[in-house]
Design a protein around this ligand. Structure first.
Ligand code: ATP
Ligand code: MG
Length: 423
């Protein structure tokens, strides 16, 4: 049965779902995160798994990271963990280090988000708070669930479990207030809605449509980071559609929005869907490849209109304005331009003016070829060109080491027949 604990009269009481009634198993939690939780708990502190980790576990997805919130103050956290560093200027976060460079982030319960735009010194009086306050400073209800290591229950102060069931990304509190505090939350809302294939609540959608240009009030590096995270997790095509629906595309990438008005959005959907497929086959999408995919249809459009011009200049003219607006770092812009300009060479393998082998040695070749596979594969001719380039590259080093044959005991019934190559 769900119980509500005795709580101070000041705050609404949370819904507490016992272990027997939710799906989070300790076996799906990172063992090092578990160690940190247990150790904090043994030292008498409240310790919760929080944020996206809890959300993803409840949805049966593999979390990207496991963040922890605790009643322990930073100096107490540092005393408990030898392998720990305090970071951050205003809110002192603790990073606990493990083998292989793994970091578990531990933060003390806070009263306000570090992104609510308040400047000035923050003393420990107004920095650290209760679990209730820590839940309410978060952005969306599904991101504010806690997993309590002391009894393995899930604690819900904000109706996040209900929204998780409904498939809804809903602001904690009034969207107007929360988006004004931190306009980047508009992009985060789109990111989570597309990542989870959830709806954004109607009030947030209305707000975003109206105030979309306010995102520039936020720090541009955070805009860049959110765009990369939105596009790099295998749901970029969906994110692109959401950005269009909410008119955020015209704010972030006006050139692309203009292009779509002329030639339609299908070409973007096709490229981004293929990029998503690569992600789902285990490929890590580097930010420069993400942007090269996103900008390719626009670059191609500009190239078709000016194919007599200098290629490097065309690439610069098409990439610079779009990427400058979101402050893509200069070196990454250079790589994006090189990847895009290389497409003309890659499509032109049969054009005898080019010496195809020179491009094979370029540092950007591997990423350029990834984009080429994405944009050329839909047509038979494109597939032939991909084949020709592969032949030119020669045999590639084996991707995976040969698997040693081991005898496995079958669990249940005969398995599927081994896959055999077909002609
Ligand atoms: P992902 O799986 O993509 O990492 P996440 O939910 O962990 O998703 P993060 O950006 O890593 O997202 O943030 C961790 C948590 O911190 C969020 O779940 C949310 O509770 C809180 N948070 C992050 N950014 C904000 C913000 N701008 N405003 C309020 N809360 C935030
Ligand atoms: Mg995270």
């Amino acid at each position: 049965m769900h119980t509500r604990p005795e709580n101070s009269a000041r705050h609404p009481e949370p819904l507490i779902v016992p272990r027997s009634e939710h799906s989070i198993s300790r076996s799906s939690i990172d063992p090092d995160a578990l160690k940190v939780l247990y150790r904090l708990n043994r030292h008498g502190h409240t310790a919760y798994l929080v944020g996206g980790g809890v959300r993803d576990l409840l949805l049966g997805k593999k979390p990207k990271d496991f963040d922890i919130s605790t009643s322990a103050h930073p100096h107490e956290i540092r005393k408990i963990f030898g392998n720990c560093r305090l970071i951050g200027r205003r809110f002192r976060l603790a990073h606990v280090y493990f083998k292989g460079g793994k970091i578990i982030e531990v933060s003390t319960f806070r009263t306000i988000s570090e992104f609510n735009g308040e400047d000035g010194p923050v003393t420990s009086d107004n920095t650290f708070g209760t679990p209730w306050e820590d839940a309410f400073r978060r952005d969306f209800t599904v991101n504010a669930l806690f997993y309590n290591i002391s009894d393995f229950s899930v604690i819900d102060y904000v109706n996040g479990l209900e929204d998780l069931k409904k498939g809804l990304i809903r602001c904690i509190g009034e969207p107007e207030v929360r988006f004004l505090e931190d306009p980047i939350r508009m992009l985060r809302g789109v990111r989570f809605a597309s990542l989870l294939d959830f709806d954004l609540d109607a009030e947030s959608e209305r707000y975003i449509r109206e105030k979309k240009d306010d995102i520039w009030e936020g720090a541009t590096p955070r805009i860049l980071e959110e765009v990369i995270r939105m596009m790099g997790r295998g749901t970029a095509a969906r994110a692109f559609d959401r950005l269009r629906e909410l008119n955020l595309l015209s704010t972030l990438f006006p050139e692309i929005d203009q292009h779509i008005r002329i030639e339609g959005a299908d070409v973007y959907s096709d490229v981004l869907s293929k990029m998503d497929e690569r992600f789902h086959t285990g490929d890590t999408l580097q930010p420069w490849l993400i942007f090269a995919c996103l900008f390719y249809p626009y670059f191609d459009f500009i190239y078709r209109g000016n194919s007599g011009d200098d290629l490097a200049k065309l690439a610069r003219d098409s990439v610079s304005p779009i990427s400058r607006r979101i402050q893509v770092p200069k070196r990454m812009q250079d790589t994006i331009r090189q990847i895009l300009a290389a497409q003309v060479r890659l499509f032109g393998i049969r054009d005898h003016r080019f010496k195809p082998r020179t491009i094979l040695r370029k540092s950007y070749f591997e990423d350029a070829f990834k984009l080429f596979e994405i944009v050329a594969s839909p047509t038979t001719e494109g597939q032939e060109l991909i084949g020709e380039w592969k032949k030119l590259q020669g045999p590639r080093p084996a991707q995976k080491p040969a698997v040693k044959k081991t005898r496995r005991r079958r669990k249940r019934g005969p398995g599927p027949p081994a896959a055999t190559p077909t002609g």
